[in-house]
Design a protein. Sequence first.
Length: 470
Amino acid sequence: MSSKADWRAGGWRGKQGKTKPGSKRRKAFRLAYPNCAGIDIGSASHFVAVPADRDEQAVREFKSFTRDLERLADWLKRCGIDTVVVESTGVYWIPVYEYLENRGFTVFLVNARHVKNVSGRKSDVLDCQWLRQLMSYGLLSGAFRPSGEVCALRAVVRQRDMLIADQARRVQHMQKALTQMNIQLGTVLTDIVGETGQRIIRAIVAGERDGRRLAAFRDARVRASEEEIAQALEGTWREEHLFALHQAVALFDSYAVLILECDHKLEAMLKRLGMHQGDPGPAKRRDRNRNAPCFDARTALYRMCGVDLTRIDGINATTALKVISETGANVGERFKTVKHFTSWLNLCPGTHISGGKRLSGACKRGTNRAAQALRMAAASLFKSQSALGAQFRRLCRRLDKPKAITAMAHKLARLIYVLLTKGTEYVDRGLAYEEQRYRDRTLHYLNRRASALGFTLTPVPAEPAQGAPA
């Protein structure tokens, strides 16, 4: 048997040093980033590694203070470094990334999962050296990070989403306080923070206890009668629960003020990012989303992107704002094809193949906010009388609901990519067109299958309607 020394860069060699037939010659790694440095990010300090020939002490530790970041950048400049690779560790990498990028370095943010399974490299010193070595040979790919202006827009949108989630918790606290007093307002009203619910709750906080007077705030669109609402408002009115209700309402209003401030900030930021002129025209449908921005986000997004994404069925201004804040308008510059775009969104089918057999086609797990928004948009298409709605209902019949939602979100992502890169307008061909297209495909398949089995399909003539001449 040949020893391990017989294995060379050229392949498996015999005793004469010749490569066996069928073996492939292995290519030697080449330096892709010779002036690369690796940084292991920490909360209190960062370990930095440069090539061994650039400094006597190739690995150094720097504190996380701004003054130490300045020393870090100056040291990298003296060592002739132009490329830096950092791991995504919590939020500690953000100030390092932004500061080094402002100093003129090319910074790559890599996924820690790609290098975590390497044995024997658990200390901070070895981690930064291993990052530098992998990146110098081009074995790591940087994560997607939009431009600075889009990052600022994304931060405000995420802050707004967090405030909306916190405000929703206050609604739960209102419901809890009412239930503890046996005020069954949620059983007669669909939403206690609607117009009728807010009038009644604020009157209760103001001191009103008469159920009939409170029921008089009923809106005409509410299905429950005033008598039913008055019966639901008969409770114990305990002082401690009224106090909890009062504080929940106060917090709900305070969050509403903060959300309004975010809307004004987003309006100003989108105005600066507007690169196109004109107006998107009349809206295709009315946006009934309660958490929609208070300004005309549809027109602002049109002037930023040059296309109206809300023309796509299922996508409203709020969904379009979330997607654009995560990806930016110039998706074609960062993602070469639509497949790269859907892969980054974790919406494309997986390719888990072993031994020539496909083991799983599930999508990769991830917490992509744009993908979450597209999934919610896809779920809203179930009752849509459009071509996309027909496609989604057909997917639901063939697949289970979560898989159908993911497949439809993938379709929406492809449409968004085409609109942003081609600059074209989406046109809905209608429910009838999609149904006829599906019928033609089904007939084509049935005819081909029947022909393979030696049969011929014959259409059955339609029966005349009653009262019509035969």
